[in-house]
Design a protein around this ligand. Structure first.
Ligand code: PLP
Length: 365
């Protein structure tokens, strides 16, 4: 059986180092906002090339905290509009709603599944205050074009980088393109913790200062609360585990890329649309997503041949019950994507034989 993602195998090489870290934390007896979180924040900021990294509880909170901090700083206000790709994971939209802002969904580009600068431009109104590109499946959105639009219209750019740790566009890393970026270290992400974890990267001094406070009860000094904060601190142990894994992230992304390149050159089946890839580091293949008109049939066929696949995502956010107020909206490109996409197994621990087998079976479909 070829698992979609064998997380146990992904984390096995780090087991001893995790146990050593666990002992370090136990010996210190300091569990919240200690040395490990500070060290990871320094390491990850350095990795992304940003001035700051702020460790938080998860990816959703990372987005919420960026938006709430901008509200606190007076750069966003309740009711402002935020432009988001309609085909994102629902977290990006929930974050905007949690911050009392208005998500404005736009159609993505059907080739890259990322934001389309043309649909973004058409959606800009006098109430638009931010663009929230999602680097979906591990590929950076067209950030030069998005940043140009943002500059022309005086908008903030907030990256949802939950799927794109380490992706590079024109020598600039994911997380260092917008005014701020949100990362998730959910176990299945390219850099995954052993539980929930997230972070924000930014070069903005005032924003970083505000987020450091509001992730910790709006407090910069113990028992002094200047802002309405939340409790969303990156866990000390998770931070330690992430510092163990970070030095291998580029190596692991390179393995993903090798697998993707094999899929791209060796899968030959007219019924299957392969993902767009420009050959650079612009894509870290968090997911390898193909499209086919016979998705359910293909998924069953692969399953019968012991290949596990997943769908990212089966239902577009505007058709979810939770967002039923959006029910009248129609996004034909987004809906087509949700009907046709299928994610093939890809991970740093997949063997050459497994990749060959997946290719052979798909080519016989
Ligand atoms: C995983 C993910 C999130 C949320 O991250 P959590 O850590 O699960 O809260 C947000 N946006 C996107 C695009 C994601 O893939």
């Amino acid at each position: 059986m070829i698992k979609f993602l064998d997380l146990k195998k992904v984390n096995q090489p780090y087991e001893q180092a995790f146990q050593d870290k666990m002992k370090t934390v136990m010996d210190k007896g300091w569990y919240i906002l200690g040395d490990e979180i500070k060290a990871f924040e320094t390491n990850f900021a350095h990795y992304c090339g940003t001035k700051y990294c702020i460790g938080v509880g998860n990816g959703l909170d990372a987005l919420v905290l960026i938006l709430k901090a901008y509200i606190q700083l007076g750069k966003l206000q309740k009711g402002d509009e935020v432009i988001i790709p309609a085909n994102t994971y629902i977290a990006s939209i929930l974050a905007v709603l949690q911050a009392d802002l208005i998500p404005v969904l736009v159609e993505p580009n059907l080739e890259t599944y990322n934001l389309d600068p043309n649909t973004v431009e058409k959606a800009i109104t006098s109430k638009t205050k931010a663009i929230l590109p999602v680097h979906l499946y591990g590929q950076l959105a067209p950030m030069k074009e998005i940043n140009t639009l943002a500059k022309q219209n005086n908008l903030l750019v907030i990256e949802d980088a939950a799927q794109s740790h380490g992706a590079v566009l024109y020598s600039q890393k994911s997380g260092n393109w917008g005014d701020a970026a949100a990362f998730s270290f959910y176990p299945g992400k390219n850099l995954g913790a052993l539980g929930d974890a997230g972070a924000i990267t930014t070069n903005d001094d005032a924003l970083a200062k505000m987020i450091f406070a509001i992730r910790n009860y709006g407090s910069e000094k113990k028992y002094v609360h200047d802002y309405i904060g939340i409790n969303s601190r990156l866990d000390e142990l998770q931070a330690a585990f992430l510092s163990v894994k970070l030095p291998n992230l580029d190596k692991e992304n390179a393995v993903r890329k090798k697998i993707a390149e094999r899929y791209l050159s060796e899968i030959k089946n007219d019924k299957i649309k392969l993902p767009f890839f420009d050959g650079t580091q612009n894509h870290v293949f968090h997911l390898f997503v193909i499209r086919t008109a016979n998705r359910e049939e293909l998924q069953e066929y692969l399953s019968a041949n012991t290949i596990q696949t997943l769908i990212h995502y089966p239902t577009p956010p505007h058709h979810q019950k939770a967002l039923s107020y959006m029910g009248d909206l129609s996004f034909p490109i987004t809906e087509k994507i949700h009907r046709e996409v299928l994610s093939l197994p890809i991970s740093p621990v997949m063997t050459d034989e497994e990749v060959s087998y997946v290719i052979e079976i798909i080519n016989k479909f």
